[in-house]
Structure formats: C-alpha cells, structure tokens
Design a protein around this ligand. Structure first.
Ligand SMILES: *Cc1c(COP(=O)(O)O)cnc(C)c1O
Length: 362
C-alpha cells in the first residue's frame, strides 16, 4: 500500500545535507555556540525576506511571543486579544506576562480573526491584539491595523505558520509593531531544534527585545529590568541560513492545486489579494473523525489542528468561558482536518490523497 506521511523531513534533508554538514563543521571548529556572526547574518537575511527593518533571533517561537509582549510592557491588568482557534503558545505567552488573554472568534472560511470578531471583544483595557496567520494564510492586516489604531492598541502578529505569506503584496509579519516567527522543525522554515525570531520597525521596541533576550542586561552585569535567556544557538542559526536558500522553492511546492475538486469537503479559501504559504492544508468535513480513520487505513497521514479551542482549555477555566461562547472556533475544532502538505510530496502522492478523500465523501 502507498504511504503518504504528514511530513518527510528525511528526504528533504538529503537535498542540502552537504551544506548543513559543512555549516555545522565550521561551528564545531570555532567552538562558539551562542550568538555570533551566524545569528546576526540570519537576523539580517530574514529581516530582508520579511521586509521588516529589524530582527531579533530568539530561542523559540513561544519565547518570541513572550519577549515581544514583555517589550510592549504587557502585564497584570492588561488585556491581550488572541484567537481562540490557534496553537496554545499564542495565548500561553500572554498568560505568562500576568496579562489576561481575551479570546476572539475566527472566520469560518479563512480560519483567522477579522475586524468584526476583534471588535466584539476589544475593551478599554486592550493593550495588544495578536492576530495569527493560521495555516499560512495572512489575516486581513490592513483592516486589523485600522481597528487597533482606532482603539489605541498595539499589534503583535504571530506569523509562526506564515513565513512568506502576504496580503496585497505586503508580507505577513510586516504590519504590526512587532511580529514573530517559529523555526520549529515542522514549520515552513524549520530548523534543527528550537528557534524563533522577533521582527519590528520600531527601534525602541526592538532594542528592548535585544535586552530582554539577555536577562534585561543593558550594560555588562547591569540589569535595567528582568528578561530571560531567550538566546539562539549558533549551530541552529547556521543551519537555518542554509535553509533560507531553499525555503521559497519549498513553499512553491506546497501547492495542492485543484486536485480535491469533486470531493464533498471545504477546501481552503484564499481571497484574491492573499498569498497563502500552506503551512497546513486544512479541509473542513462532517464526519471528520471517520475520514481520519479512513485515511489512516489507506496509509495517508492527517492531523487535527486544533481539537480544542483555547477558551475551553482547563488552564483558562478561571476566565469563565463556556461552550457556545465562540461558536465558529468550537465548530472548527470538530470538523477541520489537515492532510499531508510538504515539499516532498509527488503529484502521485497528492492524487492518491485526493482520490482517497473522494472515495470517502462519495
Ligand atoms: C509553532 C507556533 C508557535 C510557537 O512556536 P514554538 O517555536 O513551537 O515555540 C506559536 N504560535 C503558532 C501559531 C505556532 O504555530
């Protein structure tokens, strides 16, 4: 039987194995393991690719969010609006600052927050809005920036899943006061271990992130405020530099095209002015769990991102949300399914996945 896994990092690695080995060898010879020229070069190159003035490399995508929120001086008494339908870190990082996450619902078709869902939950205490570009599709940032401005809130874009995505030709991550990326190995620009980055145009906020990354140190052993150890390893940065040479080509290869036509599932909707980078290819289908089992039986991988919306997570029960509060997020958690979507899929693999889904939906 054919097997189409969710990921195939092993095959991908073969394409740049020699370059990675040589980059690692250079780091080993230097015996310099934290920060240094590879990290600076990675920051420079990614700022250029994201079309943002400054970048600060950090330990992972969750710390990138935490560090950015700390730089925005978010803390107890502040509210930060986040989508309920996203990866946990978006809201977890808010809670770690002592601020209150306030959950917004998402759009049924794009899976992202919209000006309307944000307006419903913004209050005078809203300090920051955190749109997530879920699955690789840029949220409606021009409209969201206008909403934030009207309410005097800052915007932190969680672009962890959306490296290279755009709206109206402008890159995801280049709209907010700050934005973040993750280099978790399965992300579009995946590293060899943990890693993340913060982007921004405001020199003061960026300077603050640089200081927070190193325990709030402003001069050697002088700590103006409390930060953390959010530093990125040299070896990971030098491997990511290799991968930056491949990421655009790999992103192009994620395109599923129209192969699912005829299957009774909702395929991702991409409005005209958006560039979707398909971190995940996520369909919506009734009888989702049955389809997942059906695909498993036929050797096709799939994953549910995400089976429980964040406003219903046990750790946020003290916030007083209950079922029915954010109906779209709740509904999506019951009928989304992400199917294999990675650069190493062949046309035959994709045809096979599509034919299995068509067979299921009749
Ligand atoms: C992956 C991810 C993060 C966190 O990144 P890590 O590097 O795993 O800490 C944050 N937000 C979203 C939307 C993500 O997908």
């Amino acid at each position: 039987m054919r097997s189409v896994p969710m990921l195939d990092l092993g095959t991908e690695y073969k394409l740049f194995e020699d370059e990675v080995r040589s980059a690692v060898h250079t780091v080993l010879e230097s015996q310099h393991f934290i920060g240094g020229p590879s990290v600076t070069e990675l920051e420079r190159r990614l700022a250029e690719m994201m079309e943002v003035p400054h970048a600060v490399a950090v330990s992972n995508g969750s710390d990138a969010l935490l560090c950015a929120l700390m730089a925005m001086e978010v803390g107890p008494g502040d509210e930060v609006v986040v989508p309920s339908f996203t990866f946990f870190a978006t809201a977890g990082s808010v809670a770690r600052t002592g601020a209150t996450p306030v959950f917004a619902d998402v759009d049924e078709k794009t899976f992202n927050v919209t000006p309307e869902t944000l307006e419903r939950v913004i209050t005078p205490k809203t300090k920051v809005i955190v749109p997530v570009h879920l699955y690789g599709q840029c949220a409606d940032m021009p409209a969201i920036m206008a909403v934030a401005e009207r309410h005097g809130a800052m915007v932190l874009e969680d672009a962890a899943q959306a490296f290279g995505a755009a709206i109206g030709g402008k890159k995801a991550g280049s709209f907010g006061q700050l934005s973040t990326l993750s280099f978790y190995p399965t992300k579009n620009l995946g590293g060899f271990g943990e890693g993340g980055m913060i982007f921004g145009g405001d020199a003061k906020l960026v300077e603050r992130c640089l200081q927070l990354r190193n325990h709030g140190q402003t001069q050697r052993y002088i700590h103006e405020f409390v930060g953390g150890n959010f530093r990125l390893d040299t070896m990971k940065a030098s491997i990511l530099l290799v991968k930056t040479r491949y990421v655009e080509e790999f992103t192009r290869r994620r395109m599923y095209a129209e192969r699912l036509a005829g299957a009774a599932v909702q395929t991702p909707e991409v409005p005209d002015n958006r560039l979707h980078v398909f971190h995940q290819y996520t369909i919506k289908v009734d009888r989702r769990d049955e389809l997942q089992a059906f695909l498993t039986d036929r050797g096709v991988g799939s994953t549910i991102y995400y089976p429980r919306p964040l406003h219903l997570q046990p750790c946020f029960s003290h916030l007083g949300y209950s079922e029915g509060d954010l109906p779209v997020s709740e509904r999506l958690s019951h009928n989304v399914l992400s199917i294999p979507c990675h650069p190493m899929l062949s046309d035959d693999d994709i045809d096979y996945v599509a034919s299995c889904i068509r067979e299921f939906t009749g």
